[in-house]
Design a protein around this ligand. Structure first.
Ligand code: G16
Length: 559
């Protein structure tokens, strides 16, 4: 059939991808031609490589996902793509997309998610492009997509294409004499097979059932009604034999059942309160698209993502994947506390500090220099794919528990006894007004980069901190030498303690301010982070004048 329509359109302002894709309210995406424009720009940004290519399409099942997937299919048909792998009902977790792209050597994937942002008609939707390495598009690609969006005049679509993505199977169409194939695939099969290659499922199954330790592991896994539900059921119930009541909120819902699918102490409150009662050995939650994870131990003992990364790094030998592929370097994002650096140093591995955003890890992994990385924003993962991977992180933790024969709190205490502890906290001030926040950052940048700022002393709670370094973080990629500037304001004190402040790049409206504080203690490792870091928090609020600029006296979320 030859029914490719070329439709005239006009640019929309603001189609600039953030930390990981374009995230806006559903109402913004459903404006006439808004989604069409952005998808056309993604396709155009691939240039001639798009012709005859294979792409993966799927998302976290949130409101508007299915419609967007169907639209993308019709637009790919009109733009020369030869084949699509589409998750059944448009559902694929972000790690599953990354795995599929790599497994099938696809040109890339279009991921439909706003990650941890709430879903539903009044909430958020998002679209991002992942490249052929399976990772989020780097800045050069997203900048190109944005440039294209400012000048777009038309998009191409095959309007009459009938497609039922609720049915698994292969559909072949004739588009201007060329075949166009849409393979609707099982959303979980490829990912589950991949996990089985990485971890020792037999050992984990015995561990979960209690065959090795004498008592079954008590787990509480909360999918927060996000995409991980189907993956969790297949992996933890069917493959590892956990009891049905180990998993909750496993039905992916378009509005996440009203839950905020952000796995932190505030939004995964139900999990934290339940595990706090003392009946569970491990609790875990994931975000909407399954790339973030939160781990808590018995009585809701909280594992900071920075520590989670360091503990996994220290125990990689218990995961078959690393035995087979070897252990290369480690990495973390700049605001992440540097616990993993200490493990890297001990093991003689390279450790990289990159800007916030998983896309900055990709080149290092592709170059064979990085095998494990993480971010304070509840991201942990390895070079098995090019996205962070929530379920992978839980399987890694189960492996460490099985290997050490210890509970989570003891594993952490042992770790701190060897390496010391990096106390860490993050304050989020959500949905602030944008202009005053920009002004706050600009004012603070001016103040802290004035040469007179270095050497200044601040005293609070009986502690004095002297400024050693202060800058707006910039990063030169060691592989392709690309430069990323203005990645967050950073004040480093003489004892290594840090204050970091930046605006989130994942919100859909207004501004979210993130304030990160960390401080290292060699011996005093059993304190409360909130108390240990209080003096630095006060100093950070004083230097940034955050309450004055934002009008907020308390954060929305404390991690
Ligand atoms: C995304 C990126 C992460 C990054 C996070 C930061 O996460 O994939 O690599 O750490 O954003 O978010 P913000 O800019 O809000 O601090 P996700 O899970 O939202 O895709």
């Amino acid at each position: 059939m030859s029914n490719i329509s070329v439709v005239s359109t006009k640019p929309y302002e603001g189609q600039k991808p953030g930390t990981s894709g374009l995230r806006k309210k559903v109402k913004v995406f459903t404006q006439q031609n808004y989604t069409e424009n952005f998808v056309q720009c993604i396709l155009d940004a691939n240039g001639a490589a798009l012709n005859g290519s294979l792409l993966v399409v799927g998302g976290d099942g949130r409101y508007y996902c299915k419609e967007a997937a169907e639209l993308i299919i019709r637009m790919c048909a009109a733009n020369g793509v030869a084949k699509l792998l589409v998750g059944q009902n448009g559902i694929l977790s972000t790690p599953a997309v990354s795995s599929l792209i790599r497994n099938h050597k696809a040109l890339g994937g279009i991921v439909l998610t706003a990650s941890h942002n709430p879903g539903g008609p009044e909430n958020d939707f998002g679209i991002k492009f992942n490249c052929e390495n399976g990772g989020p598009a780097p800045d050069a690609v997203t900048n190109n997509i944005y440039q294209l969006s400012t000048a777009i005049k038309e998009y191409k679509i095959v309007n009459g294409l009938e497609i039922d993505i609720s049915k698994i199977g292969t559909n072949t169409y004739d588009i201007n004499g060329k075949p166009f194939v849409v393979d609707v695939i099982d959303s979980v099969a490829n990912y589950v097979a991949h996990m089985k290659e990485i971890f020792d499922f037999e050992k984990l199954r015995d561990f979960v059932s209690g065959k090795t330790s004498g008592k079954p592991l008590k787990m509480r896994i909360d999918s927060l009604n996000g995409v991980t539900g189907s993956y969790v059921r297949e992996i933890f119930l069917n493959a590892l034999g956990a009891a049905e009541n180990c998993v909750v909120h496993t039905i992916p819902l378009p509005d996440f059942g009203g839950l905020h699918p952000d796995p932190n102490l505030t939004y995964a409150k139900d999990l934290v309160e339940t595990v706090a009662q003392g009946d569970y050995d491990i609790g875990a939650a994931f975000d909407g698209d399954g790339d973030r994870n939160m781990i808590i131990g018995h009585r809701a003992f909280f594992v900071t993502p920075s520590d989670s990364l360091a503990v996994i790094a220290n125990n990689l030998e218990c995961i078959p994947y690393f035995k087979k592929n070897g252990i290369q370097g480690f990495a973390r994002s700049m605001p992440t506390a540097s616990a993993v650096d200490l493990v890297g140093k001990k093991l003689g591995k390279e450790v990289f500090e990159v800007p916030t955003g998983w896309k900055y890890f990709g080149n290092l992994m592709d170059a064979g220099r990085l095998c494990l990385c993480g971010e304070e924003s509840f991201g942990t993962g390895s070079n098995h794919i090019r996205e962070k991977d929530g379920i992978w992180a839980v399987l890694a933790w189960l492996s460490v528990m099985q290997h050490t024969g210890k509970g989570i709190e003891d594993i952490l205490k042992d770790h701190w006894a060897i390496y010391g502890r990096n106390y860490f906290t993050r304050y989020d001030y959500e949905e602030c007004e944008l202009d005053p926040c920009n002004e706050m950052i600009a004012t603070m940048e001016k103040n802290i980069t004035d040469p007179s700022f270095i050497g200044k002393s601040y005293t609070s709670g009986g502690k004095t901190y002297k400024v050693k370094v202060a800058d707006n973080f910039s990063y030169t990629d060691p592989v392709d030498k690309s430069l990323a500037t203005k990645q967050g304001l950073r004040i480093v004190f003489e004892d290594g303690s840090r204050i970091v402040i930046r605006l989130s790049g994942t919100g859909s409206s207004g501004a979210t301010v993130r304030l990160y504080i960390d401080s290292y203690e060699k011996d005093n490792v059993l304190g409360l982070a909130s108390e240990m870091l209080k003096p630095l928090i006060d100093i950070a609020l004083e230097i940034s004048q955050l309450p004055k600029f934002t009008g907020r006296n308390a954060p929305t979320v404390i991690t």
